[in-house]
Write a protein that binds this ligand. Structure first.
Ligand SMILES: Cc1cc2nc3c(=O)[nH]c(=O)nc-3n(C[C@H](O)[C@H](O)[C@H](O)COP(=O)(O)OP(=O)(O)OC[C@H]3O[C@@H](n4cnc5c(N)ncnc54)[C@H](O)[C@@H]3O)c2cc1C
Length: 263
């Protein structure tokens, strides 16, 4: 209304106390299921990969040397991402993508049996797995918001695009979105434009859509290729793996995106 958004909200702990906010720019960042996006009537599309991601922090018998590993299994990717030591323990964060029935079994196992299964699937590149923190699981989906900008409103992060974790790109993409948005907003303010003006926000999304589409394509393409068991796909998988390993330019770009520094 008049170049601003008016919001009424209450805290979950104080549901009867209604508060008002009047703002020139509302940034919606409340995750893939975003209630705010839904309340604004912004539609989203969801693609279910029919997979579940099991996450847990794993204690290792040897140092990970800050190396992230990813194994491509028939049920989906298995990633071990380096974490900081706690009380002298080497640790990596596990993201293990499996079919739902397999997930149920893995979640029901004792810690020792779970570690055995994980060791079988991953191998001994990180030594012996000696402990697993509490396991959590998430359905793996690609959710994209049909609109990301309206006058005085911008949708970011998982609320705008929640990706398959295969390439570890969701948070990195969100950071690049925010970097682009803040650059464009800062420039528009110095040019005397109104914060939240549609044309300014439209510039942001026009600029950032290229990066978003490329990253969404990559995170959607990888599980499709590596998740299939057909011979044809297995052959492409072999060549793709070779490509990622040996083609240094592609490798550099992949890494740069992984660090969230590509722009
Ligand atoms: C298994 C897994 C592994 C991943 N690994 C990687 C990786 O290696 N690298 C990478 O870049 N990305 C990774 N991601 C993606 C990354 O987690 C997301 O991209 C990132 O969390 C998005 O941040 P966000 O703040 O937009 O959303 P979220 O992290 O979902 O945060 C939204 C926040 O909003 C809060 N919220 C919601 N509703 C309300 C409300 N009404 N009031 C107040 N607060 C509210 C929620 O509590 C939540 O804290 C992974 C994701 C998964 C599931």
């Amino acid at each position: 209304v008049n170049g601003a958004v008016e919001l009424c909200y209450s805290k979950i702990s104080e549901p009867d106390e209604i508060r008002n906010i009047n703002t020139k720019l509302l940034i919606v960042a409340d995750g893939a299921k975003s209630d705010t996006r839904n309340l604004l009537g912004i539609e989203s599309t969801t693609k279910d990969y029919g997979q579940v991601a099991i996450v847990s922090n794993i204690t290792l018998s040897q140092n990970h040397n800050n190396i992230a590993y990813e194994r491509f299994t028939d049920s989906g990717p298995l990633a071990m991402l380096p974490l900081r030591k706690i009380e002298g323990h080497n640790r990596s964060a596990l993201v293990w993508t499996v079919f739902p029935a397999q997930a149920q079994k893995l979640l029901a196992l004792t810690e020792a049996d779970f570690l055995n299964e994980l060791q079988l699937a991953f191998g001994f590149r990180l030594g012996k797995f000696t402990g697993a923190s509490r396991r959590h699981s998430y359905p793996v989906r690609l959710t994209t918001s049909k609109e990301q900008v309206r006058s005085n409103i911008v949708v970011v992060g998982n609320a705008a695009h929640a990706l398959h974790p295969v390439a570890g790109q969701g948070f990195n993409l969100a950071l690049r979105d925010i970097a682009a948005l803040t650059d464009i907003l800062a420039k528009s303010v110095t040019e005397g434009k109104i914060l939240g003006e549609y044309r300014v926000l439209e510039n942001y999304i026009k600029h950032q859509k290229i990066d978003q589409n490329r990253t969404i394509f990559l995170s959607d393409f990888l599980p499709t290729v590596f998740g299939s068991t057909s011979l044809l796909v297995k052959v492409s998988e072999k060549y793709w793996a070779c490509g990622v390993r040996f083609y240094s330019i592609a490798k550099k770009k992949f890494r740069k995106n992984g660090y969230g520094s590509a722009h």
